[in-house]
Design a protein around this ligand. Sequence first.
Ligand code: DDH
Length: 295
Amino acid sequence: EHKIAKRSANWQVNYKSTISNSEWDQIKSEIQPLVTQGYGPILVRLAWHDAGSYNASSNNGGPHATMRFSPVGNYSANNGLSVARALLDPIKANHPLISFADLWSYAAAIAITNSGGPIITFRPGRNDAVDSTDSLTPDGRLPNADLGADHLRSIFYRMGFNDQEIVILSGGHNLGNCHMNNSGYAGPWTSSPNTFGNEFYIRLNSDFFNTYKNVTLSSGKSQFNDSSNAMMLPTDVSLVQDATFQGFVKAYAASKDAFFRDFKVAFEKLMELGVGPGLGSPVETKFGVATTGQS
Ligand code: DDH
């Protein structure tokens, strides 16, 4: 952690002055086909797992691309994310000045922005761990899907989030699927897993326990499925079992606008855990729109 802190100041100055607006736009155009081919959700999961290693009280962890190294890359929570890293590696090779951590975060912001979600502001300047001991965080910093509300609180409070932000960020599950080979869970949360909306909350809020049944999969994992095999994890279900969480679920089921407004803020905070101030000006995330903010 200390190596990162000592290196960051000069590194950021150098970095911000060397990537031009047109190069940022080029990077975005190379990420675009990954999103249109349906990889948006796994790119979001990659950036979230990088940032979600943060510990606010010790100010260590956070988005420094430690997953490139063992042991972090081999933590079971990160199963399957080598696929996402491999998709982005050629873009890093074309643009060696961007850090891995920024590339992952930029790809996630681009995926959400262009999948029907709110416009996510991306600011560059995250530095990369240089080896397996640099910024190393212990296993167990990401949520365990088998557990409940107390566990979610201990994991997300550690990152510096509150109860409302736990519910907001869990809305990441408006995108994507569980894959038996990665996690032992299976299926999408919504009817359109490549479109970001508020369906996750609408489902949790509509007579959930009569619509979904608890099922045990061949992996031994227990999840909740509806008749079309849309799924919820035990941790997702805890969002309606806990009265405080449930209030926020109701609010976001009722208003997609409220969810988008709050998700934008919370996701940007997640992507910047432990790395701001010192980040550069925003870089455009919307397809087909040129970056003007970066000099
Ligand atoms: Fe998640 N997530 N996540 N998640 N997540 C999985 C997939 C995806 C938990 C467990 C799982 C967030 C919070 C939690 C995304 C985004 C976010 C999978 C399935 C599991 C398991 C992986 C696989 O089998 O391939 C748990 C537990 C929590 C929690 O309790 C809070 C958050 C906060 C986000 C976010 O975006 C901010 C996305 C996207 C996916 C879909 C990936 C894919 O390949 O599709």
